[in-house]
Design a protein around this ligand. Structure first.
Ligand SMILES: Cc1cc2nc3c(=O)[nH]c(=O)nc-3n(C[C@H](O)[C@H](O)[C@H](O)COP(=O)(O)O)c2cc1C
Length: 191
């Protein structure tokens, strides 16, 4: 089995809960982003954009958006919950937000643009994991928040957040999760 197949067959996400913010090497980040935008994209429409949230932006967004927007949704929020929101992005060395930005096209359906955006997220995740980083694809509540969409350059009327890919360091190797049985999800047609 070659190295890539072996990696793809065994890679595993590390939850943001268990990762630690550490050092994300600049050239690794550049590679992760390059892999992220090298995806199948019908019509080469680039119906997506990436925003890297790092350094002070992680706490700024926590204070400016996550805390006040969480309070609006949860007026009875406890100080502990608000503290968690303030520090949410600090769990990672960097959080890469992927925005779905549909393009008007006479033939290519929106669905295919959404699929390409999912591929961007997947490539970022897999690239980061291949370099040994802890990484997880999350949407959580703030992906569906208009202020957050605007913060990463989107228009809430048209654009959607496909995910936030958290990239950090591993404290320990993640344990395997439940996987589908191949016979339940894979069919072969031969005639
Ligand atoms: C679009 C999308 C959104 C997700 N959002 C969440 C989330 O908000 N919270 C969560 O606990 N897991 C979420 N997950 C699942 C995590 O990414 C989880 O770590 C993943 O299923 C682990 O699979 P892996 O080990 O094969 O990478 C999401 C997955 C996808 C594809």
């Amino acid at each position: 089995m070659n190295d890539l197949i072996n990696f793809l067959k065994t890679r595993r996400s590390t939850t943001a809960k268990t990762m630690i913010a550490g050092h994300l090497n600049e050239s690794d980040l550049a590679d992760i982003l390059a892999c992220g935008i090298r995806v199948p994209d019908h019509g080469a429409l680039n119906p997506w954009s990436l925003t890297v949230i790092r350094e002070k932006a992680r706490s700024r967004i926590g204070k400016k958006i996550l805390v006040p927007e969480y309070i609006l949704k949860n007026p009875d929020a406890t100080p502990e919950e608000l503290d968690f929101e303030k520090n949410r992005f600090l769990r990672a060395s960097a959080v890469i937000a992927v925005l779905f930005k549909p393009v008007s096209h006479p033939k290519i359906p929106l669905w295919e643009m959404e699929l390409s955006t999912g591929a961007v997220c997947s490539n970022i995740l897999v690239a980061a994991q291949s370099l040994g980083y802890a990484a997880q694809w999350l949407t959580e509540w703030y992906s569906y928040n208009n202020k957050m969409i605007k913060e990463i350059g989107g228009n809430p009327k048209t654009d959607k957040i496909a995910g936030f890919i958290y990239v950090g360091d591993k404290e320990k190797e993640p344990v395997e999760r439940r996987r589908p049985k191949t016979e339940n999800v894979i069919n072969f047609l031969t005639e």
